[in-house]
Design a protein around this ligand. Structure first.
Ligand code: AMP
Length: 286
């Protein structure tokens, strides 16, 4: 059965009333790829019904960011949803999500103001606002998000805990190209040369992971060595940050830290902003 496509709140309510059992929502901005497919499959394993939302949320783009040129590939996205057995696709136009300029929005607080939030002021507030709206509209039992956007996942978990949002948040692992590049809707902006430079992000994470037994400072130094080299490549990587943080707070870990951490990196190649991260575990010295 092809998915039901809902564009308005009424169509969504009608579709929602037709589907039974537990429902998992996979929120996306479209331009779907293998990473999104993996989230849909994760949703299918955990719920009777799978809904995908496709909405390029203007609230989470800064004034100098790529909202206008963000890839919009609705026909291909709907084919992928059908192929993956999605039951319901919610594709609201902007006028449905934001009939007026919103007055009341969600503030991410300190966890959304560091790392990616420091590079992109307001980004996490805009993201949380649309995620809460989507959760309220679709009313899923579960919502699936990629660990590729690790800080986004942490900020959403914090919103759900702090505001008692009645949904279970599930994180799903990052899907990569065979050479390590994390799949992203923005990869299609990259020329062949830019893509070559962009590989430094995942190579740096790899180098950092390999040094995990030597402690946080060595992990950061190993990642920085790879990134420094990419800064002089042609075209160069313009590094935004490389950080080693506590996954719950996104604050930097200390040099003697033990426990889970996230090594996160972001940078620009040409006009394309790319992020990536890897989860790490620091154990006590034997
Ligand atoms: P986006 O459409 O880029 O907003 O992403 C929608 C969802 O897909 C988010 O939860 C992302 O974290 C997730 N996602 C994006 N890229 C990947 C990837 N390479 N692997 C797994 N999940 C991803």
């Amino acid at each position: 059965m092809p998915p039901i496509i809902a564009r308005t709140r009424d169509e969504l309510a009608e579709a929602r009333s037709q589907v039974g059992g537990t429902l998992a929502l996979v929120p996306t901005m479209g331009a779907l790829h293998e990473g999104h497919r993996s989230l849909i499959r994760r949703a299918r394993r955990s719920a009777d019904t799978v809904a995908v939302s496709i909405f390029v949320n203007p609230l989470q783009f800064g004034p100098d960011e790529d909202f206008d040129r963000y890839p919009r590939t609705l026909d291909a996205d709907l084919d992928i949803c059908a192929d993956e057995g999605v039951n319901l696709v919610f594709v609201p136009p902007r006028s449905v999500m934001y009939p007026d300029e919103p007055q009341v929005t969600v503030r991410s607080g300190p966890i959304g103001e560091v790392v990616e939030g420091a590079s992109r002021p307001g980004h996490f507030d805009g993201m949380l606002t649309v995620v809460l709206k989507l959760l309220n509209l679709v009313r899923p039992d579960l919502a699936i998000f990629g660990e590729k956007d690790a800080q986004q996942l942490a900020v959403i978990r914090r919103m759900v805990a702090d505001l008692n949002v009645p949904v279970e948040i599930v994180g799903a692992p990052t899907i990569r190209e065979p050479d390590g590049l994390a799949l992203s809707s923005r990869n299609r902006y990259l020329s062949a040369d830019e893509r070559q430079t962009a590989l430094a992000l995942s190579l740096a994470l790899h180098a950092g992971s390999d040094a995990v037994t030597k402690g946080p400072d060595t992990v950061l130094a190993a990642a920085a060595t790879v990134l420094d080299k990419a800064a002089t490549a042609n075209p160069p990587l313009l590094l935004d940050y490389v950080v080693l943080v506590d996954p719950a707070t996104f604050l930097p870990v200390t040099p003697v830290y033990t426990g889970p951490a996230v090594l996160a990196v972001a940078g620009r190649v040409g006009a394309t902003h790319l992020i990536d991260n890897v989860p790490l575990q620091f154990s006590e010295e034997p």
